[in-house]
Ligand binder design. Structure first.
Ligand code: HAM
Length: 427
């Protein structure tokens, strides 16, 4: 047997209601906040991510699915959406085409990571980006949308953490202080951190190696090295969050694993509700970031566009689905099951089935001639809300029988009115 590739997963029909619920809430919220949907390709040029996501990131260093195509071009399965969104913004001159450059997208991303609960090699993101606005109010609005997403999904026990990583002007001072503080401890850190110290010292904060943590916890905090404009911006973001009544906490280690961030960074951390006890929560472990994002004021220019600021976030749909309350997305059945008795009944039942579907009612019927009992059992297994029984005797009276599957109540309905009655009963 050929199985699915490690780190990928099928989303089976039994789980799809929860997925559709998350997608529906996400889409509806984005539209309500004035974001427009955009769909970009899953494959892009490798250099887009090397430049955009950044050469010093774990993503570019070790996690990209890249290959040479038949024309000799280096292609990458997108590991994240932000560089693609920036590319599309620049390539199509969207700031002049759209009334406002507030965009969202949903789709699969690919990272060659070690799979575990909440971490996959093919996963899905909702990605939200805003271009051209630098006021701290827009940072707060983006965070408000992220917070609304978590709350509209019914996810409790979520926590917003924020930080500021400064800008190209003030960050060098912080990096120097960081290396100075590391001093003699640097050789004690893991090989990855040694490399990070050379390529981008901020990445040291991403380290997950347990032995390194006590050293990293003693390192300086980026917010103590912000220049005046960055400090004022960060205060502004906090004031807006307070005005919106969104609780937040500063996490000094929140530098985020991508190279493009400037000023504000944020994440919403969550937990997974354990089965049967929606109030009890089991941690998602290290994979507890439901979503993460921040400002990237230099990226549009770095990717060949005009000098425009940007801010956004991405939420992992798998993690949102895992964190949903147990019965989220469950809807009452709207299915009608047509049940035929005898040959005459069967002929007419097929007509009723077709009329129901034309009228917008979800309806199914057994095609192999089977006993009434077997058909009713089947209707039950399909969780049909009603059964429409079409038999010779009923038809002779110009009627069909409507059975409520939950209560077992049955009543005759005129054949000519059956479709209308059923449609009304199911809405
Ligand atoms: P990120 O933190 O790399 O940011 O990913 C965002 C979210 O995607 C994570 O918080 C997590 O929920 C989900 N995620 C990431 N990797 C995996 C994985 N291997 N398996 C399952 N879920 C995963 C970005 O991707 C940035 N592009 C966000 C952004 C948008 N920043 C500004 N604009």
């Amino acid at each position: 047997m050929i199985t699915a590739i490690r780190g990928t997963h099928d989303i089976l029909p039994g789980e799809i209601a929860r997925w559709q619920f998350v997608e529906r809430v996400a889409r509806e919220l984005c539209e309500r906040y004035g974001y427009l949907e955009i769909r970009t390709p899953v494959i892009e040029r490798e250099e887009l991510f090397a430049k955009g996501t950044g050469e010093s990131t774990d993503i570019v260093q070790k996690e990209m699915y890249s290959f040479t195509d038949k024309g000799g071009e280096r292609i990458t399965l997108r590991p994240e959406a932000t560089p693609s969104m920036v590319r599309a913004f620049v390539e199509h001159n969207l700031e002049n085409v759209l009334p406002s450059a507030k965009l969202y997208a949903m789709g699969p991303m690919f990272r060659y990571e070690r799979p575990q609960k909440g971490r996959y090699r093919q996963f899905h993101q909702l990605d939200v980006e805003v271009f051209g606005l630098s006021d701290p109010a827009i940072d707060a609005e983006v965070i408000d949308l992220a917070w609304a997403l978590i709350s509209d999904l019914g996810i409790r026990r979520a926590e917003l953490v924020i930080n500021s990583v400064g800008c190209a002007d003030c960050r060098p001072r912080f990096q120097q202080a960081l290396l100075k503080a590391l001093g003699d401890d640097l050789p004690k850190l893991c090989q990855d951190c040694q490399r990070r110290a050379r390529t981008n010292p901020l990445r040291i904060y991403d380290c997950k190696v347990p032995a390194d943590q006590p050293i990293i916890d003693r390192l300086p905090h980026s917010i103590d090295y912000l220049d005046e404009p960055c400090a004022t911006h960060f205060k502004g973001v906090q004031a807006h969050l307070d005005a919106f009544g969104i609780p937040w906490r500063i996490s000094h280690r929140l530098v985020r694993g991508l190279d493009y961030y400037t000023r504000t960074t944020f994440e919403i951390l969550g937990a997974v509700a354990s089965a049967g006890e929606p109030d009890d929560a089991e941690s998602l472990g290290a994979q507890n970031a439901l979503l993460g994002g921040g400002r990237y004021d230099g990226l549009v220019k770095d990717l060949g566009g005009p000098d425009r600021p940007g801010i956004g976030f991405a939420a992992g749909l798998e993690r949102l689905v895992l964190a949903l309350p147990e019965h989220a997305g469950a809807e009452p059945s709207r299915l009608a099951c047509v049940v035929a008795i005898g040959d005459d009944g069967r002929r007419e039942a097929l007509k009723v089935l077709r009329e129901l579907r034309r009228a917008g009612v979800a309806a199914v019927m057994e095609f192999e001639a089977r006993s009434l009992r077997a058909q009713m059992k089947r209707a039950d297994r399909l969780s049909a809300r009603v059964a429409v029984i079409v038999g010779g005797d009923e038809l002779a009276r110009g009627e069909v029988t409507l059975r409520d599957m939950a209560t077992g109540d049955q009543r005759p309905v005129a054949r000519s009115e059956a479709v209308d009655v059923i449609r009304t009963a199911l809405t």
